[in-house]
Design a protein around this ligand. Structure first.
Ligand SMILES: Cc1cc2nc3c(=O)[nH]c(=O)nc-3n(C[C@H](O)[C@H](O)[C@H](O)COP(=O)(O)OP(=O)(O)OC[C@H]3O[C@@H](n4cnc5c(N)ncnc54)[C@H](O)[C@@H]3O)c2cc1C
Length: 298
């Protein structure tokens, strides 16, 4: 029986495991792979030579500590988690079974891709999925945001403070929010409802985006950055039946990262907390400390 099992090897999971080990808890981490979504960086024509701290760099020291320490790690996919009286039973794809007194769920989320030509080539070369991380790199430039929901609207508002012009390419009408009303009135924002991205253009870095407009015409918009802010699906299926989640599947946590099930904690993109490596390093640490306190109280 482990004191704590962490599911996920991204920023939240790795930090939770480091904190648990430093607290001398019997810890098991199960992840499909180390690093999670942090393996993506951002390179731009004019950021060469500029010191950019990537998620991977940030996480590296924690990861090296885990590599060095002798503890249980298991690279596998968790297929089922069953809450039992006072503990959890964890099943994996390789048919292994583990038991733990506490659980930290740090399984991340899947951002929806555009699936158009140019996306894969230009990801990390002007095309980003994280405005929180990369908006600041586009000072005074023209950029496009793709999406119609709250995440796209938030990204547009954030970019409008830094970029020269922001095109919000919304495949569907904007979800009605106070922010949507504000965006429609901003001089630096052009909202293009019904625009569907067909291609991201650029040889080495993003140079533009081609969109099908509602009138059937194709329009090429020259931009240096494209932010894809479509839906993001939290990987919470393992616990959704017994842990409270919001309507989109994010695990609901309190300020201590505790879920609605005693002994189960969650951190990172699988929760409602905004997507950023630096934030999730802290969230993972918090979840592990909360689990430790929980154990001490039993
Ligand atoms: C393309 C892209 C670029 C980004 N760029 C930046 C950036 O430059 N700076 C920044 O701060 N943020 C960036 N972000 C956001 C940041 O990467 C995420 O917010 C962060 O990685 C989330 O951390 P996490 O630990 O919650 O989840 P993740 O990093 O998603 O890790 C989840 C982990 O859980 C594992 N897992 C999932 N399900 C299972 C299962 N059933 N069994 C076992 N393991 C499982 C996965 O294998 C993975 O190890 C970017 C995101 C994307 C998608």
């Amino acid at each position: 029986m482990y004191d704590m099992t962490v599911i996920g090897g991204g920023p939240a999971g790795i930090t939770a495991a480091v904190i648990a080990l430093n607290s001398r808890m019997e810890t098991l981490i199960i992840a499909e792979r180390w690093g999670g979504q942090t393996t993506y960086g951002m390179e731009l024509e004019d950021t060469e030579g500029r010191e950019v701290i990537t998620g991977e760099t940030l996480l590296d020291s924690f990861r090296r500590q885990l590599d060095y320490l002798d503890f249980a790690r298991h690279f596998d996919t968790v297929t089922r988690v069953v809450p039992e009286e006072g503990h959890f039973v964890i099943h994996t794809a390789d048919d292994d079974r583990f038991e733990a007194l506490t659980l930290v769920i740090a399984t991340g989320a899947k951002p929806q891709r555009l699936n158009v030509p140019g996306e894969t080539l230009l990801a990390g070369r002007g095309l980003s999925y994280s405005a929180a991380s990369h908006a600041g790199l586009f000072l005074g430039k023209d950029v496009a945001v793709v999406g119609n929901g709250r995440r796209a609207q938030w990204a547009t508002a954030s970019l409008a403070r830094k970029a020269h012009r922001v095109y919000l390419l919304a495949p569907e009408p904007l979800v009605p929010t106070p922010l949507a009303q504000k965006l429609n009135k901003m001089d630096t924002v052009e909202v293009l409802e019904g625009a569907t991205v067909q291609q991201v253009v650029g040889a080495k870095f993003v140079e533009g985006v081609v969109a099908a407009m509602p009138d059937g015409q194709s329009r090429e918009i020259p931009v240096k950055g494209v932010f894809v802010k479509l839906t993001r699906t939290p990987n919470s299926a393992l616990v959704r039946e017994w842990v409270d989640c919001d309507s989109r599947g994010h695990i609901l946590v309190d300020t201590h990262c505790a879920t609605s099930w005693p002994g189960a904690f969650a951190a990172g993109d699988v929760t409602v907390v905004s997507e950023q490596v630096l934030v999730h390093v802290g969230e993972g640490a918090k979840a592990a400390l909360s689990a430790y306190h929980y154990l001490l109280m039993q």
